[in-house]
Design a protein around this ligand. Structure first.
Ligand SMILES: Nc1ncnc2c1ncn2[C@@H]1O[C@H](COP(=O)(O)OP(=O)(O)O)[C@@H](O)[C@H]1O
Ligand SMILES: CCCC(=O)OP(=O)(O)O
Length: 369
């Protein structure tokens, strides 16, 4: 039987992860580190496309792979207009929205461009899966409290959905019967109420959620307004400060939670307080999500790099363990999630979605073979 050869691409702020799969089996993976000084020369993440593509092509060649032997290129999806979860064909409307950074800047915005460029060499399809802007929120969750500003769904949907499927499998129950609170705890943090497989409400450190190793989360709004008009920062500088140099980094000068834990354990009181505050805020949002699900929570799932820390997981459990049992799924499985999604489409088990942009009507189209 034919095995599909899949190239998965996942750009981060300073690296591009690639993996090669034969069907579900990962046979090669590499985290290609880019020179930060080189990346900084570009004004936007999209301008990094050629540099990153060349590095990917070089890496494939050096490891004996020819892109012409692949069946598909699949990439993490960026901040598009709100979309349903699923696998999307990369089309003109999508590239236009990413080009205009319609939903904001994010390293994953360059992924679709890279996928199209690399897939173009072999004339094979290029997909994205469960982009950062997956939006399954109910209308009530969108109302912010100030007309003209809406709450947004920005999350680690790709990893969250995969770990939720895995936990449902372990519980031997269909995801459509289960309610989960999923907390992705990485450099960025997002926490979602997942009702019967849908991410019906989301908080993230990019918006109003808990602070994370590098992002500020929700801030006292009037103080933030004063900071915006203080003349200390340009609009771009302030956004970078809040999203890339906020959170733990803004207090301790490190984004590495392992280092913060070591400092706390060797008597650094500020490190101890900041870590405690991060746990406190994460737990508070998990509590909020329990109320979104009206208390009917089958499991609280902790995932992402920070979930490797038994200490942090235990501290969160002390605060939220009364809501539901915790499942710890440390790290992330984004590359596997990408490959499996592409395979479901290639084998006809799932329809590919068609991105239509602002109007938010993303229809399913015929299965590609
Ligand atoms: N064993 C660990 N204990 C505590 N924190 C960890 C551990 N391993 C990784 N982390 C933290 O996880 C964060 C990165 O999360 P990760 O999901 O790997 O990254 P990203 O969000 O960049 O994809 C960093 O703050 C890192 O210090
Ligand atoms: C909260 C949106 C998803 C996100 O920011 O992803 P990263 O943490 O990978 O930047």
């Amino acid at each position: 039987m034919k095995k599909f050869k899949i190239l998965a691409i996942n750009p981060g702020s300073t690296s591009t992860k690639i993996s090669v799969f034969y069907d579900e089996m990962e046979v090669f993976s590499q985290n290609i580190l880019h020179d930060y000084e080189e990346l900084k020369k570009f004004e936007s993440v999209l301008q990094q496309k050629d540099l990153r593509c060349e590095a990917v092509e070089r890496c494939l060649k050096d490891n004996g792979y020819d892109i012409r032997d692949f069946d598909v290129v699949v990439a993490r999806g960026g901040i598009l207009h709100p979309v349903k979860a699923g696998t999307y064909d990369i089309n003109h409307a999508m590239l236009e929205d990413l080009r205009n950074a319609a939903g904001g800047e994010h390293p994953s915005n360059v992924a679709a461009f890279m996928a199209v460029k690399i897939a173009g060499i072999a004339d094979i399809p290029a997909f994205i899966v469960d982009p950062v802007s997956v939006d399954e929120m109910k209308p009530v969750a969108r109302v912010s409290g100030f007309k003209g500003i809406e709450r947004k769904s920005l999350s680690h949907a790709l990893n969250m959905r995969r770990v939720a499927f895995r936990v449902a499998e372990e519980l031997k129950r269909p995801l459509e019967e289960l309610n989960f609170i999923v907390a992705h705890l990485g450099g960025g943090i997002s926490i979602a109420a997942m009702e019967k497989g849908l991410l019906i409400d989301v908080e993230s450190a990019n918006c109003m959620g808990p602070f994370s190793p590098e992002r500020c989360g929700g801030l006292p709004i009037l103080d933030l307004v004063d900071l915006c008009y203080s003349g200390r920062y340009s609009r771009q500088e302030l956004k970078r400060k809040l999203i890339q140099e906020g959170g733990v980094y803004s207090y301790l000068g490190t984004k590495d939670v392992r280092e913060a834990i070591m400092r706390a354990e060797s008597g650094d009181e500020e490190a101890a307080l900041v870590l405690e505050a991060m746990v406190y805020q994460i737990s508070k949002v998990i509590g909020e999500m329990a109320s979104v699900l009206k208390g009917r929570v089958d499991r609280i799932i902790l995932t992402g790099g920070i979930a490797y820390s038994e200490l942090i997981c235990r501290k969160i459990e002390e605060r939220v363990g009364f809501i539901a049992k915790l499942e710890i799924v440390p790290g992330e499985e984004e590359m596997k999630a990408l490959a499996e999604a592409a395979l479901r489409v290639l084998t006809g088990r799932e329809n590919i979605m068609n991105y239509t942009g602002r109007e938010g009507i993303c229809s399913e189209v015929s299965v590609k073979s």
